[in-house]
Design a protein around this ligand. Structure first.
Ligand SMILES: [Fe+2]
Ligand SMILES: [Fe+2]
Length: 195
């Protein structure tokens, strides 16, 4: 029974694979970058996927790779932060914003299973909503509360999102990248939906 993400530093090879994949680590302090790598190694090695490339992103875009989505969101989020600071004087801490962008979907490897080539929601995803298992890991690892609560509440299905600027930046970076993936998959993107 999969109950969540088990903290795991991983092997040198696993840490190198995660480090080579993740965009934006160079914007973080060295201790934060190491914690972020450990969080992703933990999620990966707690998941059913042998290779990082196999981790699915969503049932709405089953061919889209989670590793690509994460980097798209990280890069878009840092770009938005530049605009927010230049145009409106909104300042964010790079360590906090970076951890939130890179880790917002850290529990997704446990949210989906691939059965007969079809991506389906996992049992765990019906026990703990997306975001919660990730936040539980990050809390266990001692990440700052702002990172923990923003990851916990970032999903569009959650009842509210944080009022901190990182939550706002993550939201638009995430939906910008999500809608691109949905358009490519032939799924209606969020920006065209009527609420
Ligand atoms: Fe998400
Ligand atoms: Fe996302």
């Amino acid at each position: 029974m999969v109950t969540g993400i088990t903290l795991n530093e991983g092997s040198a090879a696993q840490r190198a694979a995660v480090r080579n994949w993740l965009a934006g680590l160079d914007r973080l302090s060295a201790p934060m970058a190491e914690k972020v790598v450990t969080a992703w190694v933990s999620a990966w090695t707690s998941s059913p996927y042998a290779a990082l490339e196999d981790m699915p992103y969503s049932t709405m875009a089953p061919e889209h790779r989670l590793i690509d989505h994460v980097n798209h969101v990280t890069r878009a989020g840092f770009d938005l932060a530049v605009r927010a600071e230049a145009d409106w004087g909104v300042a964010v801490e790079p360590d906090i914003l970076g951890a939130i962008l890179i880790l917002h979907d850290v529990d997704k490897p446990l949210m989906y299973v691939r059965e007969d080539g079809v991506v389906r929601n996992s049992v765990l995803s019906r026990e703990l909503p997306h975001g919660i298992s990730g936040a539980m890991l990050l809390r266990e690892m001692g990440f700052p509360h702002r990172v923990v609560h923003t990851v916990a509440t970032h999903a569009h299905t959650q009842p509210f999102h944080g009022t901190n600027p990182e939550a706002w930046i993550l939201h638009y970076a995430d939906f910008f990248a999500t809608d691109r993936a949905l358009l490519l998959a032939g799924t209606q993107p969020f920006y065209q939906r009527r609420h």
